[in-house]
Every structure is written in structure tokens, then in C-alpha cells.
Design a protein around this ligand. Structure first.
Ligand code: AMP
Ligand code: MG
Length: 513
């Protein structure tokens, strides 16, 4: 425990010690003139970190990696990964460091802290804009109830980063339950196989001390402790990760969140959303929505996300084969059996979430009635192209008896002519659907907890980041206040509920972070 309010945090080095083959101890690049831009005081308090210390000289220098608290062993983590389906055997933190584990067990991690041995062609740096972007969106996701890494601080380094133009550099201090990824297991599996070959040791893996087994044991103890009591803890580890990832992607889908770069190195074992790069929120409902400039094939489109999670879990399962059963075929059989539960787990989580969005969580209507109601709604949303978030927000108001917003939304729908757009007219598919929904007696309070008023809308995020890059943090700070309380509608914030201006070019996000 910190004994004084001003003490530096104590950082453990369990990962770096227990899994030494999976890290390279490393130091951050020197920041010319570190300057704290954003500090998440409530997260700091939750972590028992003294904000006075963090704001002081040593604190700010720690937040860029230049002050290493006594006992800490900053390290770059190794991992492999399938990126857009293609396998890279060696990725790793090219521009990030695990500073260590905080006293509550979570990781303190820095992003943008300079080149590491995993940097390949990269400069190891990050610009202010993308780091503020991760801060804003991850904190919004947290407030929306989605498991996610958190953001503790963004600190300008005083160094220049060269992208298409010179930009101010920054480091994001990120906090996560853990940074173990599917890609970490892919790396460990390959390393364990190499070691076995080198040692010419053809014993089965069940009594080995391989890095793969130690990584699995580490993540069970850390993130999935219940699995330790199962008949086969490694099979249960897989099942537990699968359930969390199914729940996670269901939450994304229910909010219209598009991650944008769902590579296996961006899929966590803890079940948290990680690495906010080209992510963005969908406006009009369209399963084919893609924002990322590099996702030209639409692999990570909105509607593909659950399937991609399942694909990434299959890659995870492959890494666990040696731990499951000495008979490889038997191991594959058991893992496959668990993998096939994914669609059911996902559907269950998503359907429960949709019911809540419609205020029907407690409804006594049959599952089939509600299933068809939801199915028809998605067709309606796709044909009218109304804003996804605002539809549910106005639907919530209409459950309270205030119909005006919903009426206006459909009247102004981009594809209004596809339907009889006046929900008050008593005709047309919208009205027919609303009548069926109302007949099920939806609960407005339930809906208010499931349907956000404010999400970090793409055009608002970009506007705020542009201002910050030019030196004005005001808009980012205001946006943070708005998205930190997404379910409470507040007067004066109407601007934050509006979709991007009609006629604006489709939003494109760039991975050049
Ligand atoms: P990401 O798409 O952010 O998940 O990054 C994929 C991989 O590229 C990770 O191994 C990163 O550490 C690495 N990377 C991304 N940007 C840079 C950079 N500017 N310098 C070095 N490595 C980077
Ligand atoms: Mg990544």
C-alpha cells in the first residue's frame, strides 16, 4: 500500500518475471518536454494513485515512461497475430511498454513510448490526436457499460511525430485487466513448439513447463480463476474466454460500435475491448458499414464482427491443442465442441440486449414473437436508414408517451420514401411495427438504461481532435463530460445527439495512428 498520498505507485513485474520469454525489458524514448494533457482523476482514485503525484514532475515523467518507479521492470510484450487474415509470427509492442502491474492487479501500459525491438519499420511514436481518440472512445465505452481498457492519461511528449505532416507526439497511459491477447498465445505456442524441437523432447506436453502452459496458467489465475477448478482447466479457459468475447461483441453490436481492426492481436483473453484505432460508431443501420481506410475488403464490417470473433477464437483454440489432451484428435474434438457454442452464446447475449433496448426484458410475450419483432425492426432500420442510436433514444421517449422525436426522425429519414414515414398516420410498416411493439407493453425505465443518448459520434470526435492538435483541449474536455454520462439527456447538449451533417462525405478512419 502507498503509505503517503504523494508516493509513486508500486508496480509489480509478474508478467515480465513469470513469462520472461514473452517480453523484452525496455526503456521509453526520452520525451523532450512532457506535458500532461488529460488525467483521468476518477480512474486514478479508483486505482489508489495520488493525482498530486501524477501531476508532479516524477508523475508526468512516469506517464511517458521516463521515470521508472523503484522495482518496476518496463517491458515490451511479444505476440504474433493474424492481421486481416494473414499470419505474422512476430508482432509485439512496437511502440508500447507494459510498465507493470498496479496494486489492484491491473496493467499500466504506455502507448507511443518509442521504438522497441518489435517496431519493425515503425517509428515507435504516436501523435496527440489518435491518443486522445483512444482516451475519449475507451472512456465512452466504459460509461456505456462495455468491458474495455481504460485511459489514465494522455501526455504530450514535446517531440514531433511525422505522419503525412509533422504532428505533436503523445503517450497514452492505459490501464487494463491484462494485455494477454490471442496473439500472445499464438506466439507462445510457436515458441513452445520450437523449444520442444530444440530439446528433441517428444514427451507429451501434459507434464511440461512450456511457456505456453505457463501463459495459460497465468491467464487462468489472473482472468479466469474459476477455470482452475474445472476437470480440464485449459478447456474451461477456452470456454470462459469464448463466453466473454461473445458477450463483448454482442455489446458492440447493440451500440453500433465497429472496432475496425479485429486482428487476433487485438482480441484479449480478459474479454476487454482493446486498441482503439480506426474504430467508429455506425449511424444508419447497415451491416456492411466500414469506416477504416485500410479495411478495403470489409472484413471487419459491422455485421461481420461476431463471425470474426468466432474466427479469432478458433485461432485461440488451435494454440491450446497441446494442453487439452495428449491425443491431438481428441483435443481438437473437445475444442471444436466448445467453439460450436459460440453462435448460441452470442445470440443469447445479443437477444437479451435487444430485448432490453426494446423494453421487453420482462415481457411475457413468447421468444418467437419477440424474435420476429426484432427481425422486422432490423429490416425497417435498414430500409429507412434512420440513425441507429437516435432510433432507440426516441423509441425510449415514445415508451414514455413522447412521440415527437420518433415522428421527426422518420419524417427526415434519408430513405423516408421507402416507407410510409409518418408513424402517426396509422399506416405503413413503421406504424405497423410500432403498434406490435406497443402491444407488448414496453418498459421505458428499462429502455433508458439500455439506450444511450450520447455516443462519441465520428464528426464530433474529429472536430475535438483537430482543435486539440491545434492546442485547444476545450472541445475534447467537453466531449468527455458528455460521453462519460451517456444515458442522461441534458439540456444544451442537443448538438451531441446529431448524426454527421447530411451531405457530409462518409466518415473514414485511418490506421496511421
Ligand atoms: P495496432 O494496429 O495498433 O494494433 O498495431 C499493430 C502492430 O503494429 C503492433 O505490433 C504495434 O505495436 C505496431 N505498431 C503500430 N504503430 C507503430 C509505430 N508507429 N511504430 C512501431 N510499431 C507500431
Ligand atoms: Mg494492437
Amino acid at each position: 500500500m502507498n503509505t503517503t498520498k504523494s508516493a509513486a505507485p508500486r508496480l509489480g513485474a509478474r508478467y515480465a518475471t513469470d513469462l520472461a520469454e514473452l517480453v523484452v525489458p525496455w526503456k521509453a524514448a526520452e520525451a523532450a518536454a512532457p506535458q500532461l494533457l488529460l488525467l483521468n482523476e476518477s480512474l486514478a482514485a479508483e486505482l489508489g494513485l495520488a493525482t498530486e503525484w501524477l501531476r508532479g514532475d516524477d508523475g508526468v515523467r512516469m506517464l511517458v515512461g521516463n521515470h521508472v518507479p523503484e522495482g518496476a521492470t518496463p517491458a515490451a510484450q511479444a505476440y504474433a497475430g493474424h492481421q486481416f487474415g494473414g499470419y505474422s509470427p512476430r508482432l509485439g509492442d512496437g511502440r508500447a511498454l507494459l510498465m507493470g502491474e498496479l496494486e489492484d492487479g491491473r496493467d499500466l501500459h504506455l502507448k507511443g513510448s518509442g521504438r522497441t525491438p518489435f517496431a519493425r519499420g515503425g517509428d515507435g511514436l504516436a501523435a496527440v490526436g489518435p491518443m486522445l481518440r483512444e482516451y475519449v472512445i475507451s472512456e465512452a465505452m466504459y460509461a456505456l457499460g462495455v468491458p474495455t481498457t481504460r485511459s489514465l492519461a494522455v501526455t504530450a511528449t514535446g517531440n514531433t511525430v511525422y505522419r503525412e505532416q509533422p504532428l505533436p507526439g503523445a503517450v497514452l497511459a492505459r490501464v487494463a485487466a491484462g494485455h494477454e491477447r490471442v496473439g500472445t498465445f499464438q506466439f507462445a505456442r510457436a515458441l513452445a513448439a520450437q523449444d520442444r524441437e530444440k530439446n528433441d523432447d517428444h514427451d507429451d506436453d501434459n507434464d511440461d513447463n512450456s511457456v505456453l502452459r505457463r501463459l495459460a496458467d497465468h491467464t487462468i489465475a489472473r482472468h479466469h480463476p474459476d477455470a482452475a477448478d474445472a476437470d480440464n482447466p485449459y478447456l474451461e479457459l477456452f470456454a470462459s474466454v469464448l463466453r466473454r468475447q461473445a458477450d463483448l461483441v454482442a455489446r458492440w453490436m447493440l451500440l453500433g460500435f465497429i472496432h475496425g481492426v479485429m486482428n487476433t492481436d487485438n482480441t484479449t483473453i480478459s474479454g476487454e475491448t482493446i486498441d482503439y484505432g480506426p474504430c467508429a460508431f455506425m449511424e444508419s443501420y447497415d451491416p456492411a458499414t466500414v469506416f477504416s481506410s485500410i479495411d478495403t475488403g470489409g472484413r471487419y464490417a459491422y455485421g461481420n464482427q461476431p463471425g470474426i470473433v468466432q474466427w479469432n477464437l478458433a485461432r485461440f483454440a488451435e494454440t491450446l491443442i497441446p494442453l487439452i489432451d495428449p491425443d491431438q484428435d481428441e483435443a481438437v474434438r473437445q475444442l471444436t465442441e466448445v467453439l460450436t457454442t459460440f453462435p448460441g452464446e452470442y445470440q443469447r447475449a445479443w437477444a437479451a440486449g435487444m430485448r432490453a433496448k426494446l423494453g421487453l426484458g420482462e415481457s411475457t410475450a413468447g421468444d418467437e414473437t419477440i424474435r420476429v419483432l426484432i427481425e422486422d425492426l432490423l429490416v425497417l432500420l435498414a430500409t429507412t436508414r434512420v440513425d441507429f442510436t437516435n432510433f432507440f433514444r426516441h423509441l425510449t421517449a415514445s415508451a414514455r408517451g413522447d412521440e415527437a422525436g420518433l415522428r421527426e426522425l422518420f419524417a427526415a429519414a434519408p430513405a423516408g420514401s421507402c416507407t410510409e414515414a409518418d408513424p402517426g398516420s396509422g399506416e405503413g410498416p413503421v406504424d405497423a411495427w410500432l403498434a406490435r411493439w406497443r402491444a407488448l407493453d414496453p418498459s421505458a425505465p428499462e429502455m433508458a438504461l439500455a439506450n444511450p443518448v450520447y455516443i462519441p459520434r465520428n464528426h464530433l470526435v474529429e472536430e475535438a481532435l483537430d482543435a486539440a492538435t491545434a492546442g485547444d483541449l476545450g472541445p475534447v474536455e467537453q466531449l468527455l463530460v458528455v460521453v462519460a454520462d451517456p444515458f442522461t439527456e441534458r439540456p444544451g447538449l442537443e448538438r451531441f445527439t446529431e448524426p454527421s451533417p447530411a451531405g457530409a462525405a462518409p466518415h473514414v478512419t485511418y490506421c496511421g495512428t
